[in-house]
Design a protein around this ligand. Structure first.
Ligand code: DC
Length: 207
């Protein structure tokens, strides 16, 4: 069984994908981490995120520690959103994601284009979203917990900018797959959101 979980930044898709993976006993891949790893490589090498060829060179995970907390930084997220618009970068990362999705027994993947490009034949697809203000509040709380000094207005601006970039790029834009179940978590607590996600997957998988 392949479960595809897509949605915009800070929508709760990662939390939901991890909970689904636990519930169904499946491995989970946060595909945003791949784009963030490319961004962090560029940042550390002093590369130019405006240059597609340099971004492509940064698609080398030989030195990447996927547990590195820097991957979760706003700087890495912002650059990830920029370099993820490059067709060469997306092409370089596609095999790794498809191989993960197609492993025996199945998997849960979350990202922007799982249900549309990486695993269009996924068993169940969820599109997780929430109003930008709510997503900004969640991201703000998370950044504060990480000890980072940020203003909520800046977090909201950043979220809107990322939504715009992720949705308007020509290749594999953030868009709800036709056969995805929409899950708006704006008014839902974590447990309720997870329960609805499990119910949606069960509905797709029960005979
Ligand atoms: O989910 P995230 O915030 O960690 O993702 C960071 C950026 O990576 C996001 O702004 C766009 C890009 N991304 C993508 O283009 N496709 C994916 N499947 C996952 C992430």
């Amino acid at each position: 069984m392949i479960v595809a979980v897509d949605g915009p930044a800070a929508s709760g898709k990662g939390t939901i994908a991890r909970a689904l993976a636990r519930h169904y006993g499946l491995p989970h891949l946060d595909t945003g981490l791949l784009y963030r790893a490319v961004a962090l490589n560029l940042l550390r090498w002093g590369g130019d995120p405006g240059d597609e060829r340099q971004a492509l060179k940064a698609c080398d995970f030989s030195q990447t520690d996927f547990a590195d907390p820097e991957l979760k930084s706003e700087a890495a997220g912002g650059i990830a959103s920029r370099i993820s618009a490059y067709p060469a970068v997306r092409a370089a990362l596609i095999k790794r994601q498809r191989d993960f999705a197609e492993q025996p027994g199945g998997a849960v993947l979350d990202g922007r284009d799982i249900g549309t490009v990486i695993a269009p034949d996924a068993t169940a697809k969820l599109f997780v979203t929430a109003r930008p203000e709510i997503r900004a509040e969640r991201r703000f709380a998370e950044l504060k917990r990480m000890g980072l000094a940020v203003h909520i207005e800046d977090v909201l601006l950043d979220i809107r900018a990322r939504d715009e970039r992720d949705s308007s790029r020509a290749m594999a834009p953030l868009v709800q797959a036709e056969d995805a179940v929409l899950l708006d978590t704006s008014e839902l607590g974590v447990d309720a959101a997870i329960a609805q996600a499990i119910a949606a997957v069960d509905a797709r998988t029960s005979p």
